[in-house]
Design a protein around this ligand. Sequence first.
Ligand SMILES: Cc1ncc(C[n+]2csc(CCOP(=O)(O)OP(=O)(O)O)c2C)c(N)n1
Length: 270
Amino acid sequence: VVSKKIKQFLRKAKPKNHWHIHEVWQPDTFFSLTEKIETKPEVFFSKLLPFITLEPQPYFNLWDVLRDKRDAKHKEYCLKAPFSDFKFFEILADKLPEHANLHFSNSSAIRYAQLFEYKTDSIHCNRGTSGIDGCTSTAMGFAMKAKDQTVLVTGDVSFFYDINGLWNNYIPPYTRIIVFNNGGGDIFKIIPGPDSTNALDEFILTSHHKNAEHLAKHFGFAYTKVDDEDTLSRVLDHFFKHDVKAKILEVDTSAIENAAVLKAYFEYLK
Ligand SMILES: Cc1ncc(C[n+]2csc(CCOP(=O)(O)OP(=O)(O)O)c2C)c(N)n1
């Protein structure tokens, strides 16, 4: 569970029962675990299904109506959202091919990612300790062994931090990396706390003006940079197609108040 708000909501809700279904690992994330079910979810549900009716219950309908309302607001906001990290994730969800293995880095990448739906189910992120170290290495290791294309979507600081992950002679040419460069660790403008200190820019956000162009060349990747919505859409129409080289696309949103666009989104949903 990535969202702290959802985690807190479920903890406060104090459910009467919480069953965790997994072969080996049943953490008590919501402080209310009542049953550890040591099997695969598909085995559990195949045994459960014959005993239950799938007619919608009032509780389901309650959430279903809320979700419809949220979906409508989400669509409205997307229509008017300016070019930004938020907009990039919206466009990505639309353009990403069906069979991609999608890897997200920490931290705003995986958070934005959760606001949209993708055509693929192969979605990965390290949320153990939520490190920005290793996101690229993990994705490149995965890419080497995967049959289908691997696509890493990463923030700029995570990308520069784990740059040695590209020092690998076996990265398949259909591998794709998208760096959304918002000029620092923008997550610290999004989460409450750091945004109220005057040390934010230099010591927490670590603002910078670097880009990935020379690193892309150094590691033998093709490189494209975009900083507006129309070009981004056009580039993404071809970006995932097979080619002779692995590619890096840099989406430059460093001149934009990305955190404000995201905060306005959550306000709009209320
Ligand atoms: C190894 C490690 N060091 C520091 C952090 C703290 N941290 C979390 S997110 C982040 C900044 C990430 O910035 P970026 O990759 O540009 O993405 P964004 O802020 O847009 O999410 C940092 C430094 C961490 N998670 N892991």
